[in-house]
Ligand binder design. Structure first.
Ligand code: GLN
Length: 310
């Protein structure tokens, strides 16, 4: 496993075609696209890493996985009255379907659906309390108390997030927000501004891997459902392509991070800031395709040889 990760990091380091860094959040616009990190945390408790696996990055929409777990903890299946479970086939910040579908976002991983999840875990508490609960969840999953929110990134997004504000106002106009638009947006932008390294994110992702060594943060049924949503919706309008190429549930973020789950085996975090046309990490996706091919890991079948890298 270590040799494979080292090889994948070397291939990525020498790739001249790195995609483009997200510029619509000014604080992220200056990130060096030359970086690449990958880490694997196995169900058995081992961690492997290569490249810039200890460099913190903005997890952005990867946070929606933790937010969904927290929202489900608050509302249970009631959440599904307010948000759907279908891929949207549109970009993460699209407003198009909200009008046609009466303010019920297609899924919890597009921005509109994630705003409903944030509104749900806010419940009656203050943003500070809600974000405290989110950080406690992430820190417990990662077994690391140093994970924090980058305030500058949060403020940068709040100051420029016109699309997210319009999505939130749209949701509010259909009665699908319980808290004020400002409160939901402020909390959401802080949630997206959580900073983690690949090593920390791979550790945190183990809450979605069936591992006897992990504290059970969510039930088996919930874990399966979150994984199913990651597979179908975790890469927006690139979800089908990611399932085709990688064959494992994954959640991307515009910071260039991707969290991938191999149920029963391991959690994988990969990061490279340059994005492809869907807004998902370009080299991260390519690295995961190589990783899946070489390990034989897929939720859709076992390799012919029957052997795999665990
Ligand atoms: N904070 C970002 C936004 O709302 C997250 C989007 C993403 O990572 N795809 O635009």
């Amino acid at each position: 496993m270590q040799d494979l990760l080292t090889e994948i990091a070397e291939v990525a380091a020498s790739d001249p075609d790195r995609g483009s860094v997200a510029t619509y959040i000014p604080e992220l616009a200056g990130i060096d696209p030359g970086q690449f990190g990958i880490a694997v945390a196995t169900a058995g408790g081992e961690v492997f890493a290569a490249g810039d696996a200890d460099t913190p990055f903005s997890i952005q929409s990867v946070s929606k996985v933790f937010a969904l777990a927290l929202a489900l903890g608050h509302a249970g299946d009631q959440l599904w009255h307010r948000v759907g479970r279908e891929p949207s086939g549109l970009s993460f910040d699209s407003v198009l379907l909200l009008e046609r579908e009466n303010g019920i976002p297609r899924n919890p991983f597009i921005n509109a659906g994630a705003l409903v999840a944030t509104d749900t875990y806010l419940a009656g508490s203050s943003p500070r309390e809600a974000l405290g609960a989110l950080l406690r969840f992430i820190r417990a999953a990662a077994d690391n108390d140093s994970i924090h929110i980058n305030e500058k990134v949060a403020q940068s997004e709040i100051a420029t997030g016109h699309r997210n504000f319009s999505l939130a106002h749209y949701l509010a106009s259909f009665g699908n927000l319980r808290n004020s638009v400002d409160k939901v947006l402020g909390t959401y932008c802080h949630q997206c501004a959580v900073e983690m390294t690949c090593r920390q994110l791979a550790m945190a992702g183990r809450f979605l891997v069936d591992s006897p060594r992990m504290p059970a943060l969510v039930s088996i049924e919930r874990r399966r459902r979150i994984n199913a949503l990651m597979m179908t919706c975790g890469h927006y309008d690139g979800s089908g392509d990611f399932a085709f190429r990688v064959g494992m549930p994954g959640k991307s973020g515009v910071g260039g991070g991707i969290l991938v789950v191999s149920p029963g085996r391991a959690s994988v975090a990969v990061w490279s800031p340059g994005l492809n046309r869907y807004g998902n990490s370009k080299l991260g996706t390519e690295a995961m395709e190589r990783f899946a091919h070489r390990t034989g890991w897929s939720v859709f079948g076992v390799p012919h040889s029957g052997k795999d890298l665990t």
